[in-house]
Design a protein around this ligand. Sequence first.
Ligand SMILES: NC(=O)c1ccc[n+]([C@@H]2O[C@H](COP(=O)([O-])OP(=O)(O)OC[C@H]3O[C@@H](n4cnc5c(N)ncnc54)[C@H](OP(=O)(O)O)[C@@H]3O)[C@@H](O)[C@H]2O)c1
Length: 329
Amino acid sequence: MKQVLIDSYGTPWDVARCAEVPDVGDPGPDEVVFDVLAFPINPADMWFCRGSYRLKPPLPATPGAECVGRVTSVGSAVKHVAKGDLVINLQRENWTQRRRVKGDDAIPLPPGIDLRQAAMVRINPPTAQLMLSDFVDLAPCDWVIQNVANSAVGRLLIVLARQRGLRTVNVVRRAGLADELKTLGADIVIADGDDLAARVAVVTGDAAIRLGVEAIGGAATGRIVDCVATDGTVVHYGSMSGDDPKVTRSNFIYRGVKLTGFMLGRGLAKRTPEKIRAIYADLAGQVMAGKLSAPVDTVYPIDRIKEALAHADKGGRNGKILVAPNGAI
Ligand SMILES: NC(=O)c1ccc[n+]([C@@H]2O[C@H](COP(=O)([O-])OP(=O)(O)OC[C@H]3O[C@@H](n4cnc5c(N)ncnc54)[C@H](OP(=O)(O)O)[C@@H]3O)[C@@H](O)[C@H]2O)c1
């Protein structure tokens, strides 16, 4: 079977290759085997290839934090999925044609779900959802501010916030995206910049913003911190700039703003397997109903992984780059 391997850490499209490797074999009693139908290339996967992600396993290694697959066989002790079911996988190493995993790591999805969307259900939708629920007790009409609002997470957060009656300020680096994000439910779309807090105060009528979520790092974190109200909370969940957050200390001392972080794995680890399945059942149901989606730019076959990675690294894409390892989807 085919599998993506990286032999050294470095520029993703230089270090990744499509290799021929032995098949995964049959499932043990508590295991599931599935064909990988599609996986997205996420920012964290790029950092994994570069060796700058929190996980840096011995090489050669296979990237891939998420995928959607179709079950081909199940062990005798596994009761919640069956052959033919679509599943997502809570474990990594998914840039391959076939996976063998513990039954509890295979989360069933509804039959008929759009495969491209299903490939992206595992990480970004629960990230957006849990950031809205786990930090600040928000009530309808409360404001939330986020940067990278055009990212997959950002777009999902706009939709999920609107469903709860929350209002969103969406900070982007391309002002031309405003109409598109407003169609999703964004209340305000605003370009990032030095005077962000002053401009946000004007367009929101000095609203008290109690939650900020941000994924750029460096001075951009500070700009979001400046925008939230006294005693507000900012959740740092990614670093598109590669820089650590830079925040003016007066925000902490004089205004009591809290800066914290989110990682999906930690968020899910606080929940039981049943609760985790319920979260994904809800999100998958919303995908089925057409309420949640993330745009897809291009789908590549696994043999063209180098091309796919180089494309994923380019700014200005119209959505995610996906790979379909077992034929077109
Ligand atoms: N902590 C967690 O558990 C967790 C889970 C999921 C995702 N994340 C993080 O969430 C972030 C978004 O992920 P995603 O999959 O939604 O991303 P995505 O769809 O690939 O979008 C990336 C976004 O980042 C923007 N961007 C790229 N480089 C930038 C820079 N140097 N400065 C400012 N903006 C920049 C892009 O702007 P344009 O649209 O203008 O190109 C785009 O909106 C990533 O940092 C990812 O690691 C974290």
